[in-house]
Design a protein around this ligand. Structure first.
Ligand code: C2G
Length: 130
């Protein structure tokens, strides 16, 4: 059994999110996803996500490619989460390239190219300006 772990906010869920999760799952046979807590977003981005933590977890948990979800309470706990879920591979989009190389001693670390031209920020902008 190869367990893959990934992390994200997954706010205003879009096809870029779906694709990174599907590609992450293809690295193993169990995908565990840490969905960032509302409080973590407030601390790091100074704003709350559009969808609440409970809603974002519900959406991600319902995906065919996702086996388990949990709340990512803090960015600094990544090593603990990797060990807790016995992850063999950590997958992130390449906007995080190089940022998690330090975990290479406990799992394989992979960065995947982002889906171009789509982001939560751009969607919010598009919806609000019409
Ligand atoms: N993503 C992607 N293509 C896009 C947009 C996002 O592949 N067009 C990927 C990101 O690279 C990331 C995942 O989707 O791997 C989730 O993206 P965000 O919701 O923006 O997550 P983020 O706020 O970067 O995660 O520990 C990390 C934190 O939880 C923050």
């Amino acid at each position: 059994m190869t367990t893959v772990i990934t992390f994200g906010t997954f706010d205003v869920f879009h096809v870029g999110h779906l694709r990174v999760l599907e590609r992450a799952r293809a690295f193993g046979d169990r995908l565990v996803v840490g969905v960032s807590a509302d409080a973590l977003n407030l601390r790091k981005k100074d704003r709350l996500p559009v969808f609440s933590e409970a809603e974002r977890l519900e959406i991600v948990a319902a995906l065919k490619c996702v086996d388990e979800v949990f709340v990512e309470e803090s960015l600094e706990q990544k090593r603990d989460y990797i060990l807790q879920y016995a992850a063999d591979v950590l997958v992130m989009g390449d906007d995080w390239a190089g940022k998690f190389d330090e975990f290479g001693d406990v799992c394989r670390v992979e960065y995947l190219p982002r889906t171009p031209a789509i982001s939560t920020t751009a969607l919010i902008e598009k919806i609000s300006t019409g």
